[in-house]
Design a protein around this ligand. Structure first.
Ligand code: DUC
Ligand code: ZN
Ligand code: ZN
Ligand code: ZN
Length: 484
């Protein structure tokens, strides 16, 4: 059966024009004037854009003694409600666990997804098994990204030695390393000192993770990637110090990407000073919210192209889960939601205010990340042959964000009370209408795994395990007895 999206204005990352779109078999089959098909969707007064891609979600993730509350069903339903048609989640092996075993766990959870999805594989420990499994993950499993945590000491954190080895392996496999850039050693020491001083409320979470912690780690990750000969993608870039490191690297010709979150763009550090403990704790995430100057830096990065992607790091915990941290901020599960609100919030605070253009909106919510992840133009494009993952965006449709009406499984929303103007009239996932005027029509299990092939290998480093060695010492003669 064919569907025609009629009367709208197509907006892509580089073009704005009036045309209809015909969809059949889940793909775009024709773009042009006066098309007809078995079913018609009225897009009059709307912009028709590639569906959003959120490359940073944590659905049903075991973390800090609990599980994040949105699973692949509620999380992808929330995504579709806000115009996002693909998510990329993180498969997270516990230290010592096989990568393939962890991937099977995530495969099993994702069968409930309402929209298409993929995975990043996290490197949470290092050894010959990880080294070997990375190749299987890339070549057989269709995953071309590996995530590294420079924070969460004693849990997920990898050290520089491990990260350098893994980055070299990524280079050899044509994979892209992703980095959570915060100096975990410094955070751990600041946390201990704050607690010892009796500073145990949610605001201390922000004090324990100043912007310098993120700036230092971002610089380090970029330098290590440069030495390993691979590109690098910095997740949840939240501050000027990290943005500055990314800008500088790009200006030098390094392939470095930065990903601000919608939360950091629109919510600031004053949230942690709220007198209501629950209010502040619900906003505890890492990195924490920053001040307005950092926000301005992130907005400028989106406009100038030095930051390429807006994501959510959607990792939703209920108020009851947040209360695990009463009396000790280090036990508050880190994470906030945002999947349903990313596109309406970015439109309202970015496009409607003139900070970014409509075309830049498409670039940072969809097209850029599709290219970075090597799934363009299957995703992120309005072209004949592309998947019909589309959003018919009504720039006049408005709502006030409220936990009472959201799709997410948690009992609050960090954007509660904010009015957004610009919402989906229709969201289509591979040609199927999933959302119509706020009504959910999705079905669980519709989502398919999206395979992501590697880029050409950029280095011959680390093709076999034995090569993980330092450069050879120069052979000298006539060495003095001291050995110097
Ligand atoms: N930060 C969060 O706030 N939650 C999940 C993981 C992370 O890095
Ligand atoms: Zn992170
Ligand atoms: Zn994350
Ligand atoms: Zn279906």
């Amino acid at each position: 059966m064919s569907t025609v999206i009629k009367g709208g204005t197509i907006v892509t990352a580089d073009l704005t024009y009036k045309a209809d779109i015909k969809v059949e078999g889940g793909k775009i089959v024709e773009i042009g004037p006066n098309l007809s098909g078995a079913e018609t969707l009225d897009a009059t007064g709307c912009y028709v854009m590639p569906g959003g891609i959120d490359p940073h979600t944590h659905l049903e993730m075991p973390f800090m003694g609990t599980y994040s509350s949105d699973d692949f069903e509620s999380g992808t339903r929330a995504a579709l409600a806000g115009g996002t048609t693909m998510v990329v989640d993180f498969a997270l092996p516990s230290p010592g666990q096989s990568l393939l075993e962890a991937l099977t766990m995530w495969d099993n959870k994702s069968t409930r997804a309402n929209c298409d999805y993929s995975f990043h594989m996290a490197i949470t420990w290092w050894g010959e098994q990880v080294f070997n499994e990375m190749e299987t993950i890339v070549k057989d499993k269709g995953i071309n990204t590996f995530k590294h945590f420079m924070a969460y000491k004693g849990a997920l954190m990898v050290d520089d030695d491990e990260m350098f080895s893994s980055f070299q392996r990524c280079a050899a496999l044509g994979a892209l390393p992703l980095v959570h850039a915060e100096n975990g050693d410094v955070v751990a020491q600041l946390q201990a000192k704050l607690l010892a001083d009796g500073n145990n409320g949610p605001e201390a979470h922000a004090y324990s993770r100043p912007a310098e912690v993120e700036g230092e780690a971002t610089n380090r990750a970029i330098m290590i990637a440069d030495m390993a000969g691979c590109p690098v993608y910095i997740v949840h870039t939240s501050c000027e110090q990290a943005h500055e490191a990314i800008r500088r690297a790009r200006a030098k010709g390094m392939r470095v990407f930065g990903e601000p979150l919608i939360q950091h763009l629109t919510l600031d550090e004053s949230e942690y000073l709220n007198k209501d403990w629950d209010h502040a704790a619900r906003r505890v995430m890492s990195p924490p919210f920053r001040n307005k100057a950092h926000q301005d830096s992130l907005w400028a990065g989106l406009a100038s192209g030095s930051l390429q992607v807006v994501a959510t790091d959607h990792c939703a915990f209920t108020t009851a889960q947040k209360r695990f941290g009463v009396g000790d901020f280090t036990k508050i599960p880190n994470g906030t939601g945002g999947l349903e609100d990313r596109m309406p919030m970015l439109w309202t605070y970015g496009v409607a205010t003139g900070r970014i253009t409509m075309n830049e909106f498409v670039a940072v919510t969809s097209t850029n990340i599709a290219k970075i992840l090597n799934i363009y133009p299957k995703k992120g494009a309005i072209l004949v042959g592309a998947d019909a993952d589309l959003v018919v965006w009504d720039p006049k449709r408005s709502k006030t964000i409220s936990a009472k009406t959201q799709q997410s499984a948690i009992d609050y929303n960090v954007f509660e009370g904010k009015t957004v103007t610009g919402l989906p009239r229709f969201t289509l996932t591979r040609g199927v209408v999933a959302i119509e005027e706020g009504t959910v029509k999705t079905h669980e299990g519709h989502g398919e795994f999206v395979r992501r092939d590697p880029f050409p290998a950029v280095s011959t480093a680390l093709t076999t395990w034995k090569e993980v060695t330092a450069p050879r010492a120069v052979q000298r003669t006539g060495i003095p007895a001291s050995g110097v």
